[in-house]
Design a protein around this ligand. Sequence first.
Ligand code: NAD
Length: 377
Amino acid sequence: MKTFVHQGQITKVVFGSGTRSRVPEEADALGCRRVLILCTPGQEDQAAEMRDLLGAAAVGTFAEAAPHTPVEVTRKAVTYAGSVEADCVLALGGGSTIGLGKAIAVRTGLPQLALPTTYAGSEMTPILGETEGRRKTTRRLPEALLNTVVYDVDLTLTFPAAASVVSGVNAMAHAVEALYAQDRDPVAVLMAGEALDSLARSLPAVARRPDDHEARTDALYGAWLAGTCLGTVGMALHHKVCHVLGGTFGLPHAETHTVVLPHVVAYNAPAAPEAMARITQALPAADAASGLFDFAGRLGAPRALRDLGMPEPGIEEAVELIVRDGYWNPRPVDRTAVRAFLTRAWAGETPWTPPDDEHPRTDSVTEPSDTTGARHA
Ligand code: NAD
């Protein structure tokens, strides 16, 4: 890797335990005096604590954040932000709430802060995914980038064990694809490796004891690094597959990443030996794909797309959507290959690496010069 471009992050990051007490001064540092707090209906208690901490600077709470950032929710939130004369938004929650904050910021220009409470990593990316009707679109917009992210480990202690495991593997997927990204750079590779080390070490402990503060710290640290990778380098086949499955069949985000990851890693393995070596080192395991499959299985995570609600005839529809757009992947992608690994993922079978001569390349859709098409979160 002798020639590279590295794009640094502009987002200020505060990390630790009890750090939410610093939110008032961080808002103040941005020149904000009227904070609108965003959350889901399930996190109103945590939002109420934040409102108390902010005192008079908290001008309202909008507790209707929903999965996949529906534009009708965003419109309602923008109207509410105007009615309370908010001069910034504070998203307290996971990717759904942070997505709402980005959607408001893109429409209003308001500065954004976040207190992330899952491992999804959206807070470190300029990626905005939104749904209108049944259609989900994803864009990279510099104005979606957050100004300040305050990671407070304490807020993650309430995240249930099962949800934490799949959210953590969702973060590992960002790191895995950063390791073989076409536009990877030495810093991204270091961050991705460190993210995998932290998450592989901490998730088993979090699954055993969700209130293990040290393990929660390690997991959130790994999630931050993985989210930074997602925000700075292009993703590939794995993120494309999950985007299609989530958007088309409404499958749950983190669970889908968890089921799909070992299968895409198995497929890409022959084309990305250095990435595979780093994954096996982190787990540790003899083989990256089966190591990831066993890791998630040991932690009780789902293994089959059919258990997430995907209909079997949907495999063919998904294959077409996955191969339709050109995007970069370390190993060329074709219908036969995608059908093969999706069928295995649907049934919950072990990952499998097809030999190179297994698939004719006549319908290959990957375009090695394009990294933009695969930037899905
Ligand atoms: P989420 O934000 O939908 O949260 C899942 C549920 O967990 C919610 O009900 C939430 O209230 C609850 N929850 C979250 N933290 C909790 C805590 N600490 N304690 C108790 N309950 C808690 O889930 P997610 O996986 O973080 O986000 C998924 C969404 O984020 C998807 O729409 C995905 O597309 C998007 N996403 C976007 C990006 C990006 O860069 N744009 C990156 C990753 C994910």
